[in-house]
Write a protein that binds this ligand. Structure first.
Ligand code: SAM
Length: 237
């Protein structure tokens, strides 16, 4: 048994959307190794009446449908009654922006995460009182929270100890140091006239480390000055 496994629970109208992502690469391996578990709770099971209704027209008028509170809240309560302590997250474009520091904090939630995916024009406002946090994956609007939930799952799962083959790569990759990662190369040494920088072939680890640090700084300065400014204002140590 692994020392620590991360349990994800997802409340969704469309569990089948997750099949392709869970069937491949890191997540598939992490699930088979018992490092990650993902349980789906189909919202339709909590739908109302004969047609298992989950949405309704908005009070006050307006276009589209809004998700009713009863199915969502009943689903959240049913899952948390069985799995106490889950950190309850509503995916919404109005939530805290998902960035690496938030991913790191979510990965520390040892009791697991419950991800609630909205649909239609969003959820009845009262549902917000039944979650601990609202998370957005960026300033754009998707049709549903499923893809956003997958983004959270993949970003968090790769931080579970053992999930990534080489955990050193975590320490160096973009955002973990507050910088973008510098350029990466693999074989061949020369491709269509472009050669791999000589230093990377030198075998001199100190020089290679220094080159990578300065390449990461240069790349960040060129592409994401905001990260450098943020870094300058963040206390270290
Ligand atoms: N009318 C809502 C608004 O303006 O905030 C948007 C609703 S959106 C069409 C439907 C669902 O997709 C949301 O309830 C949410 O679960 C999900 N969603 C859309 N964009 C998202 C984003 N950027 N981050 C996280 N979830 C998102």
């Amino acid at each position: 048994m692994p020392a620590f496994a991360m349990d994800f629970h997802v409340i969704t109208l469309f569990p089948q959307m997750f099949d392709s992502v869970l069937g491949c690469a890191l997540l598939r391996r992490a699930i088979s190794a018992g490092l990650v578990s993902i349980t789906f709770h189909p919202l339709r099971d909590h739908g109302l009446g004969r047609y298992r209704q989950v949405d309704d027209t908005p009070y006050g008028g307006g276009s589209g449908m809004v998700m009713r509170p009863e199915p969502l809240v009943n689903a959240i309560e049913a899952v948390t009654a069985k799995h106490p302590g889950l950190w309850r997250v509503l995916l919404t474009p109005q939530g805290d922006r998902l960035e690496q520091p938030l991913v790191n904090r979510l990965a520390q939630r040892r009791t697991g995460l419950l991800l609630v995916a909205g649909r239609y024009e969003g959820v009845d406002e009262r549902v917000r009182s039944w979650v601990d946090q609202e998370i957005s994956i960026g300033d754009y609007v998707l049709s549903g929270g499923e893809l956003a939930a997958m983004v959270v799952i993949e970003a968090v799962a790769r931080l579970v100890p053992g999930a990534l083959g080489n955990s050193e790569s975590l320490a160096e990759e973009s955002f973990s140091t507050g910088l973008l990662e510098g350029p990466q190369y693999t074989r061949p040494r020369e491709f269509r006239g472009v050669r791999v920088p000589e230093v990377l072939l030198s075998g001199d680890h100190a020089r290679i480390r220094a080159w990578r640090e300065s390449a990461a700084l240069k790349r960040t300065a060129e592409r994401r000055r905001d990260l450098l400014e943020r870094r300058d204002h963040t206390p270290r140590g």
